[in-house]
Design a protein around this ligand. Structure first.
Ligand code: NDP
Ligand SMILES: N[C@@H](CC=O)C(=O)O
Ligand code: NA
Length: 818
């Protein structure tokens, strides 16, 4: 025997009822033996409560609600049924409605609706729904009969939340089902007390009805049909990646339900738990989905964490003071005082120093709780042994749940790491020694972020998401977007990583989309935006979105944007940037940014600042952390200058080659930043700092290449005009070098703390002689690489290689955070 229960949202409309009939028919066709419990139609119980309330206030509008109620049921019957069933049901409904009408009128006259009367009023919801559906099943050819649960469930007279007499109820259930072998279609939620008085079972009542029948009949299983695919790993409205849990234990199901997973209400499980009857949670709207099996058996995989749940809004109160230590009875007094005021305690935590006890309550009970406790400890507070109670509001509890956490070290480590890396401060912690759940109290504003971060951390099989905020969509930025788009499928499939671009800006406009900006037409979206770009607004919005695993990408050469890096890092948002401004301006800022990133447990990466996509900074860091000591760095650090001097031969004009370098995307937005050595200086400063040298810009000696007129030109256009004038000057330089069998190279060097940059003529024996294209070459001489230095060489500028360098940092950050 199976017991099935369908809730309010599954029985909202005639169409949905037809869906249920189809499900039940398939059960009957395959020979299943079952009984089925129904709630009132969706929303009906609330409308009955409203009617009763209005009538009790003497408000005549109760009657309109009544008319709507009766019309809804009569319409449903007409929609679902044909003769002879229709007439029978219509007359049954009319009878119910007549009684209800009189009852409400009575309430209206005496202006009073006790819980006892209201239980009776409410009973019409279930009585109508089960009655209509029983006949619909008969019409579909099933041997179904309507069963009013007041015949089988006996309770006390605690109206509104009656307590069931289990022995008597189980006896009646057995008898009823022996006497009648039809498919019994039972009213949920309602029961009867001595004398036939109608009662209701309180919250989750119809589930409870079903569980009682299952227990009474020693059923093979109980199926709770609802509107989700079983119990989910987290609330799917907040965690998009949530999926349904295939198997869980009763204890896990109860823990999950306690924390907001409203699929089942814990006390309703009790009767099936006591008899170890397996319970399925299934979806009426997706009947082929297997749903969740809740039983006393653990799953074979032994998943340590089954689900993540939360309580959205709590207040935390703390009693502390020197007078608490070693004094027996403090906890008893504290919680006794709360109990006597009817205040439920959600969570308790006390460290073994016994200096303080913190506990969480519903926010609307917080003030009362504080008063209550302060009254209880009045003497201690007056004598200074105990401090006034501290109260913190706007908090949430987030919990990870699973029986197998108990056997596995490292679970709480992963929990705190995931929270820490996402900048979520933990206010309090609680874990019972059953280790079935670990609860943390956090700021309410962080609740969604925490749920998502923990979901990512514990459900590895699922794809990890990184949220990218990108400023600057010029040459590098647009190439990066193109690469992300082209590679998205591969990353998702092969590396379970999803890159979502959630914010985008150029110098004029910005757009945000938490679900990910469509990269097919980001240009149109950006130009259609009517929000002007202000970096302050961008950062504010990025922070307030409070998404887990966030990365800020700065693809500009802008200084103001770099000024915001610390704020961004401090909000636990990692940074990857090709913009050299931050790492190469003041040393203080460089240190501060590194420190903030470290403090927040996130990454600040800028590999593309030196040699674009080439592994220069990472190579240098690898040498240093492994104990090597850098003796000398010699390098061609500019892709554009390398290209320019590699291509510059007598017979070609210098200015045309600079123009070509700009066209190929090698130069900075203003090519003078390359030509006058500023770009190379930035790179050299960064390399020096990575070796531990606190170098500033003024410490670097630059031997200038550009004539003054070019340097001082008011804009890039004017600069090119001046550069044309200087073509002769450069031709002479090249000719002089060529005469000695040499070529010109812009070389940066760092040795004994001395940094310099200048044009050098090198002969064929020099490694720089062979450079071609936009190649960079960085020669590290170290203790270990002394005789034969370590060389990194390759294209050190250009859109594809630079964007690829940033792309790989996004992936690196994604892997690090997840
Ligand atoms: N080119 C290369 O090979 C390499 C470049 N880099 C670095 O990459 C960065 C980008 O270079 P590149 O793409 O060539 O430059 P571009 O000039 O092509 O693009 C710059 C982008 O930044 C935007 N921008 C500028 N100022 C602001 C601002 N205040 N707020 C928002 N957006 C702004 C521009 O907006 P708009 O479109 O509205 O003008 C544009 O989208 C630079 O820092 C450069 O040093 C690093 C390594 C190699
Ligand atoms: N303009 C730069 C680009 C890379 O940083 C260069 O020429 O190297
Ligand atoms: Na690099």
């Amino acid at each position: 025997m199976k017991v099935l229960k369908f809730g309010g949202s599954s029985v909202g409309t005639p169409d949905r009822i037809r869906g249920i009939v189809a499900i039940l028919k398939s059960y009957a066709d395959r020979g299943d033996h079952f009984t089925v419990v129904f709630s009132a139609f969706g929303g009906v119980t609330d409308s009955l409560i409203t009617m009763g309330g209005l009538a009790a206030k003497g408000d005549e509008s109760y009657y309109e609600h009544f008319l709507a109620f009766s019309k809804r049921h009569l319409d449903a019957a007409r929609d679902l049924l044909q003769e002879p069933y229709l007439s029978e049901v219509l007359s049954g409904l009319e009878n119910n409605h007549e009684v209800l009408k009189n009852l409400l009128y009575g309430i209206f006259l005496v202006r009073e609706a006790s819980t006892r009367t209201m239980d009776y009023v409410i009973s019409f919801g279930e009585r109508n729904s089960a009655f209509i559906i029983a006949h619909t099943l008969q019409q579909a050819g099933l041997n179904a009969s309507y069963l009013d649960a007041r015949k089988i469930i006996s309770t006390d007279k605690n109206f509104g939340n009656a307590k069931v007499d289990l022995a008597m109820t189980y006896g009646k259930i057995k008898k009823q089902y022996i006497q009648n072998s039809d498919i019994q279609v039972v009213t949920g939620f309602i029961a009867a007390a001595k004398g036939g008085l109608t009662t209701t079972l309180g919250r989750g009542g119809s589930d409870y009805t079903a569980a009682l029948i299952a227990a009474g009949l020693d059923a093979d299983s109980l199926e709770i049909w609802t509107d989700v695919d079983g119990v989910m790993t987290a609330d799917p409205r907040r965690v998009k990646k949530a999926f349904s849990i295939p198997v869980m234990t009763y204890a896990e199901a109860m823990e999950m339900s306690h924390f907001g997973a409203k699929v089942i209400y814990p006390p309703t499980i009790q009767p099936v738990l006591a008899k170890k009857i397996p319970m399925w949670i299934k979806n009426t709207f997706n009947p082929s989905h297997p749903g969740t099996l809740v039983s006393d058996k653990e799953d074979d995989v032994r998943t340590p964490v089954k689900g993540i749940s939360s309580i959205g809004n709590i207040a935390l109160l703390t009693l502390q003071g020197s007078g608490l230590f070693g004094v027996p009875g403090i906890a008893a007094r504290l919680f006794g005082s709360l109990a006597s005021a009817g205040i439920n305690v959600i969570l308790i935590t006390q460290g073994s120093s016994e200096h303080s006890i913190s506990f969480a309550v519903q926010p609307d009970k917080a003030v009362k709780a504080r008063k209550q406790v302060e009254k209880e400890f009045e003497h201690e507070v007056q004598s200074g042994l105990v401090d006034p109670v501290r109260m913190e509001a706007e908090l949430s509890v987030v919990a990870i749940i699973g029986e197998h956490m108990r056997y596995l070290p490292g679970i709480s480590g992963r929990l705190f790491q995931a929270l820490g890396q996402n900048g979520i401060n933990v206010v309090a912690i609680a874990q019972g020694s059953s280790e079935l759940n670990i609860s943390v109290v956090i700021n309410r504003a962080d609740e969604s972020k925490a749920l998502n971060a923990l979901h990512e951390a514990f459900f590895l099989s699922d794809t990890s998401v990184v949220n990218v905020f990108m400023v600057g969509v010029g040459l590098i930025g647009s190439t990066l977007l193109k690469q992300i788009k082209a590679h998205a499928e591969f990353l998702k499939k092969e590396h379970s990583l999803e890159i979502k671009v959630v914010g985008l800006a150029n110098s004029k406009k910005l757009i945000f989309n938490e679900n990910g900006i469509d990269l097919d037409n980001w240009r149109d979206q950006l130009s259609a935006s009517d929000t002007p770009m202000k970096i302050k607004d961008f950062v504010e919005r990025m922070k307030s979105m409070n998404l887990s695993s966030s990365i800020f990408i700065d693809n500009t050469a802008n200084e103001q944007i770099a000024q915001h890096y610390n704020e961004v890092l401090d909000a636990s948002i990692s940074i990857s940037t090709p913009n050299k401004v931050a790492a190469s301006s003041g040393y203080e800022l460089y240190l501060k940014l590194k420190k903030t990133a470290k403090k927040r447990g996130i990454l600040f990466l800028y590999e593309t600042n030196v040699g674009a996509g080439l592994p220069v900074i990472s190579t240098l860091n690898d040498l240093i952390v492994s104990g090597d000591r850098i003796l000398k760095i010699e390098a061609v650090l500019s892709g554009s200058l390398s290209f320019i001097f590699n291509s510059f031969k007598p017979g070609i004009s210098f200015s045309s080659i600079v123009l070509e370098a700009q066209k190929r995307g090698f130069t900075e937005p203003d090519p003078r930043v390359d030509l006058n050595g500023i770009d190379v200086r930035r790179k050299l400063i960064i390399l020096a700092r990575e070796t531990g040298l606190p170098l500033e810009a003024e410490d670097v000696v630059i031997h200038p290449v550009l004539p003054d007129a070019c340097r001082n030109a008011p804009n890039v256009e004017a600069f090119f005009a001046e550069l044309k004038q200087a073509d002769d000057h450069f031709t002479k330089l090249a000719e002089a070098a060529a005469a000695e069998g040499k070529v010109l190279r812009m070389v940066a060097s760092l040795e004994n703390g001395i940094a310099s940059i200048g044009l050098q003529s090198v002969d064929a024996t020099h490694p720089f002689y062979q450079l071609s294209g936009s190649d960079n070459m960085i020669v590290f001489t170290s203790e270990r690489y002394k005789e034969r230095p370590l060389v990194v060489r390759g294209p050190g500028a250009g859109a594809e290689v630079t964007a690829a360098g940033i792309f790989s940092e996004i992936i690196k950050i994604g892997n690090y955070l997840n």
